[in-house]
Design a protein around this ligand. Structure first.
Ligand code: NDP
Length: 282
């Protein structure tokens, strides 16, 4: 039976520690979250981020824009937030409506305020910086949160084979780098990988970041593996991950639940990144 990697609890500890730091600060860390359109899932995420900011004593600003917002209007909002001294971190909730150019918007965010770590400048630093987690870099929140959960297992990552299913800039690519820096040997799989199941079966650490409900079955998982389920899928049974949790749990040594695993860590790391951004700007 697996031990549960309780992201909710670990995230709460991190948020509490951040809140304690903030209490001692004269200037509060400021986070702006920009949301365009009415995608219900995006609104749920943004509301959770706002709540977490308030609980930790941050200054926060939610900018809600209608779906018909033009590229120029959105860029003007980003420019305003770039210039606002109360705002240390800017997050534009993705995905944006199809008529908007996501890349241009992300490029426009001042890299010093890019708390998602998606700006090519921050991505570049991550690519070149082995000390990514120990210094002042803005590392994408979800992979950062996964590394904190892995640390909680107490298991040495050095020499472990890690298989990551999914190659997005958001999760798959950065978590591969962070695992590499921890001296694991990552392999990134995707929709064109041949014999995905066999690749997964070799993994000491298996990260599923696909967006397909319960795709990873028990016979894809090595006995004693650490299984990290990043997926968030809304189904008739409610929220489920990319891993068939009930079937996989007895085989794994450690596993993250959905909900309550990686998701809360992402939000806690967003607060941590906002603090880092504030320090970098002072
Ligand atoms: P993307 O859609 O950007 O990427 C999905 C990846 O999965 C792609 O690389 C794709 O391959 C791969 N893939 C799709 N189908 C298959 C398949 N049948 N076999 C193997 N690989 C496949 O998703 P994200 O990385 O943004 O997100 C992944 C999941 O994680 C989603 O459920 C999302 O909601 C969730 N998520 C959760 C977060 C959290 O905080 N818990 C944060 C961010 C995301 P290819 O590149 O070849 O198309």
């Amino acid at each position: 039976m697996a031990q549960i990697l309780d992201g909710k609890k670990v995230a709460q500890e991190l948020k509490d520690a951040i809140g304690e730091q903030v209490k001692t600060m004269d200037t509060k860390p400021g986070l702006a979250v920009v949301i365009v359109g009415d995608d219900p899932a995006s609104h749920v995420y943004v509301n959770s981020k706002e709540k977490a900011c308030a609980a930790a004593g941050f200054y926060s600003e939610k900018v809600e824009l209608p779906a018909e917002t033009t590229q120029e209007e959105l860029i003007a909002v980003v420019d305003r937030l770039n210039a606002d001294e109360k705002i240390h971190g800017i997050l534009v909730q993705l995905p944006l409506p199809k008529n908007l150019n996501e890349e241009e918007v992300l490029l426009r965010i001042n890299p010093a305020k890019d708390v998602d770590g998606f700006h090519p400048y921050n991505m570049g630093l991550l690519l070149g910086n082995k000390g990514a987690l120990s210094d002042s870099l803005l590392v994408p929140c979800t992979p950062k949160g996964i590394m904190k959960l892995l640390a909680k297992t107490g298991i040495e990552l050095k020499g472990k084979k890690a298989v990551i299913v999914g190659r997005s800039n958001l999760v798959g690519k950065p978590i591969a780098l962070l695992l590499l820096y921890a001296d694991a040997s990552p392999m990134i799989c995707h929709s064109r990988t041949t014999d995905l199941e066999s690749q997964c079966r070799e993994a000491d650490i298996l990260v599923a970041a696909v967006g397909r409900p319960k795709m990873v079955k028990a016979d894809w998982v090595k006995e004693g593996a650490i299984v990290i389920d990043v997926g968030i899928n809304r189904t008739d049974e409610g929220l489920v991950g990319d891993v068939d949790y009930e079937a996989v749990e007895p085989k794994a040594a450690w596993i993250t639940p959905v909900p309550g695993g990686v998701g809360p860590m992402t939000i806690a790391c967003l607060l941590e990144n906002t603090l880092i951004a504030m320090r970098n700007q002072s």
